[in-house]
Ligand binder design. Structure first.
Ligand SMILES: [Zn+2]
Length: 169
């Protein structure tokens, strides 16, 4: 389909809470999913990273996530449950502010329930980097960016600084 423009930090639309997708609407999502996948692939080539994208990042204000894992995965109306008490900290990045890293705290594990494009209900238990990825993407659906989850006021770093190898993580 098409590579779409990714909304960037400062765009007030990124702070909107997004709409649940009805079963009837889910049948018509294929073009949006293709745009999300094309946009994610282009970003991966341009930036050398990016594992997932949420629909609101391309201006489609619905509860839909596309992931680029071993195989492309689509999550419709994902819901997080069983968030572990145990948390961990990491430097998080985002396609909506590709030059900025933010130190955040995420749950070590969680369960995500969602529909796939065929309307099947799925339930995955996730740990570590996949758990934090889903928490990041799920936040986009609620209009929350990782800058709002910064551990403290010193939890910001330009990505280039990290790439030069002067990380003090
Ligand atoms: Zn993001």
């Amino acid at each position: 389909m098409a590579v779409r423009e990714i909304l960037l930090l400062g765009d007030p639309q990124l702070y909107e809470v997004n709409h649940e997708i009805s079963p009837e609407d889910a049948a018509a999502l294929q073009p949006v999913v293709e745009d999300l996948q094309d946009t994610l692939r282009e970003a991966q080539v341009r930036l050398g990273r990016g594992r997932a994208i949420a629909a609101p990042q391309i201006g489609v204000f619905k509860r839909l996530i596309c992931l680029s894992l071993d195989e492309p995965t689509v999550m419709i109306n994902p819901r997080l449950t069983d968030l572990s008490v145990e948390t961990f900290e990491l430097w998080d990045d985002c396609l909506s502010f590709p030059n900025l890293l933010v130190r955040v705290r995420r749950h070590r594990s969680c369960v995500v329930s969602f529909w796939d494009l065929q309307g099947q209900t799925k339930r995955w238990t996730l740990q570590g980097d996949l758990a934090e990825l889903i928490q990041h993407e799920h936040d986009h659906l609620d209009g929350i960016l990782s800058v709002q989850r910064a551990v403290d006021l010193k939890s910001f770093s330009l990505a280039n600084r990290q790439l030069r190898g002067v990380s003090d993580r």
